[in-house]
Design a protein around this ligand. Structure first.
Ligand code: BGC
Length: 355
């Protein structure tokens, strides 16, 4: 791969009467993280290793026009409710709300025009450690996509000097609502478009996961991973058991599930390590959230990726830190209700190590 930092010109466009552009965050090690305010998306992350060509570990497109036609949520913030709400319906205080149904019978990642397809307001800044960061803001109006309450959302991306992308989210509402925010970025530790992620080794610190029905809605069961191909408490290659005769994997065409992270509180803690032997790139992930959706890119089919590369099925993986899917309809899951006067927060850190 050549030093393919994408040109800002490719992203300049007026959308919904607002300017879309591309921002470059750099750190003292020479890493570059590119962010666009269309969908608050991470476009690329270049890792540099002495004497080697830079590796861009994030799947994306090299022009805004391609993002406008994206069906895969590449690099995007998903919301107001990341992942699925069964039949696009939920109730709060006895009142039923109906959402746009965009995934079989369900509502997925915010509906027809979720947070991945809106233009965010931007404010680049340097943090107290002089690290480059960008704040993105979006006001989701009362009634948008069927959700109640005006919701003010803020996302801050920081590129730290430890080669981390740190994502801080916060949100406030003026009426009781539900919220579940995540980032849907796909990684490939061989480099975007450089093969499948089935060779990556994965460790997930989770004793349980939430099984689903054939429409990917949790059944409500919290099932132990013991003796199942969902057990990543010690390292396994993603591809090792992905085609096993296990109903969850058959239904999902691979991994597309929520794992219940082993944690007692909402402190930022390490929960995943992914390693690719051929490039010696390691990703460690930390979150404040109770769950992670590990998605092995089963439905990916991108023909127009960066540098004209293709991204076929299983050429990228996501670790979408989140509350559990369909929580507004599942009493035994941690609550996703946000009341006026409360502040929703979540932090997730993707940390890269190049050996
Ligand atoms: C979902 C997948 C879906 C993908 C969309 C994931 O979070 O769980 O089922 O295909 O997002 O790209």
């Amino acid at each position: 791969m050549k030093n393919a930092i994408i040109a800002k010109e490719n992203f300049r466009k007026r959308i919904d009467d607002q300017e879309v552009t591309l921002f470059n965050l750099k750190n003292k090690n020479g890493c570059v993280c590119q962010i666009t305010n269309y969908g608050a998306r991470i476009v690329s992350f270049f890792l540099f290793k002495k004497g080697k060509a830079p590796v861009d570990v994030i799947l994306g497109y090299d022009s805004i026009d391609n993002y406008l036609n994206d069906d895969f949520y590449l690099g995007a913030i998903a919301g107001r409710y990341a992942n699925r709400i069964a039949k696009g319906k939920f109730s709060l205080d006895g009142k039923e709300y109906s959402l746009f149904v965009n995934n079989g019978p369900n509502s997925l990642h915010g509906g027809q025009k979720g947070f991945d397809k809106v233009v965010w307001k931007t404010q680049p800044f340097l943090n107290e450690k002089e690290e480059e960061a960008i704040e993105l803001r979006y006001l989701s109006k009362d009634g948008e996509e069927g959700y109640t309450g005006n919701l003010e959302v803020k996302v801050i991306y920081t590129l730290t000097n430890k080669n981390e992308i740190k994502i801080d989210y916060c949100a406030e509402t003026d009426a009781k609502t539900v919220i579940n925010l995540t980032n849907h970025v796909y990684f490939n530790l061989k480099g975007a478009g450089e093969g499948l992620i089935t060779s990556h080794d994965l460790v997930l610190n989770a004793d349980y996961f939430t099984p689903t029905d054939s429409n990917s809605i949790p059944t409500g069961e919290i099932r132990s991973v013991t003796n199942t191909p969902m057990d990543f408490r010690s390292a396994h290659k993603i591809g090792e058991r992905i085609n096993d005769d296990y109903i969850e994997l058959i239904q999902g065409i691979g991994y597309d599930h929520n794992w219940v992270l082993n944690k007692e509180n909402s402190k930022l803690s390490h929960f995943a390590t992914v390693k690719e032997v051929s490039t010696e790139i390691v990703l460690n992930v930390y979150t404040t959230e109770p769950g992670v959706h590990f998605y092995s890119g089963n439905y990916l089919d991108v023909k127009n990726g960066k540098e004209s590369k293709t991204y076929p099925a299983r050429s990228g993986f996501c670790l979408e830190t989140q509350h559990f899917p369909d929580s507004p309809n599942q009493d035994n899951f941690p609550s996703t209700v946000l009341n006026p006067g409360e502040i929703y927060t979540q932090t997730t850190v993707y940390q890269f190590k190049v050996n």
